[in-house]
Ligand binder design. Structure first.
Ligand code: GTP
Ligand code: MG
Length: 197
């Protein structure tokens, strides 16, 4: 897919204030600092579309971008950020749960997992939660340039094996690096295919 245009639209706390659900939508979520905003920029071939940061907790709202004037990308705040109060965490969870469960045009959620680590409880729990909510998702293993191929594939396998304990069918997964631009074509291909349905 060729990206002809990518524009920032709006940021919201409230899912009901998001743009009208009239076009297919793809959201990116995952642990704080896992690389959601960077991945969106890589996919869009755009350095500064989504705001990135070396410090976790940069993205705090539901951010909508309009792509090729025909579909939406959504950058979501990360979970598992230690430096937030209980009440902040609760309101984050409420915001995300409402958005994920009620957004009618949401086609797929890309759940980002840091490929440098062995399976983390917080990611497994989040994925299982999506299952309970029946939200369609795929997995994206990020920052593959930071480890050897062998380490990355070990971690991917271990994560999928962990999911096998609760899931009969495994979701599709991608291995990405924003530095090396790995995984871009496959993710865009999937989106293109879904948009064509
Ligand atoms: P929050 O919005 O805070 O939840 O973070 P995020 O998930 O949006 O992460 P962000 O894209 O801001 O990236 C966090 C840090 O990881 C930044 O310093 C990025 O440059 C770095 N990063 C993201 N993806 C990659 C990657 O593929 N390779 C490398 N080496 N660094 C990456
Ligand atoms: Mg971000």
């Amino acid at each position: 897919m060729v990206i002809k245009s990518a524009e920032y639209l709006i940021s919201n706390v409230d899912w009901q204030k998001c743009p009208p659900p009239d076009m297919p939508e793809y959201a990116f979520i995952g642990r704080s600092n896992v690389g959601k905003s960077s991945l969106i920029n890589m996919l869009m071939n755009h350095d500064k579309l989504a705001k990135t940061s070396g410090t976790p907790g940069k993205t705090q709202l539901i951010n909508h971008f309009l792509i090729n004037k025909s579909w939406y990308i959504v950058d979501l705040p990360g979970y598992g950020f230690a430096k937030v109060s209980q009440s902040q965490r609760r309101s984050w969870e409420q915001m995300i749960e409402n958005y994920l469960r009620k957004r009618t045009n949401l086609v797929n959620v890309f759940v980002l997992i840091d490929s440098r680590h062995t399976p983390q409880k917080i990611d497994i729990e989040f994925v299982n939660q999506l299952g309970e909510w029946q939200v369609p998702f795929q997995l994206v293993f990020t920052k593959a340039d930071k480890s050897t191929q062998l380490e990355t594939s070990r971690n991917v396998k271990a994560f999928l094996n962990k999911l096998r304990e609760t899931w009969q069918f495994l979701p599709a997964n991608y291995v990405t690096s924003t530095v090396k631009k790995t995984g871009r074509d496959k993710i865009l291909e999937f989106i293109d295919e879904m948009n064509g349905r």
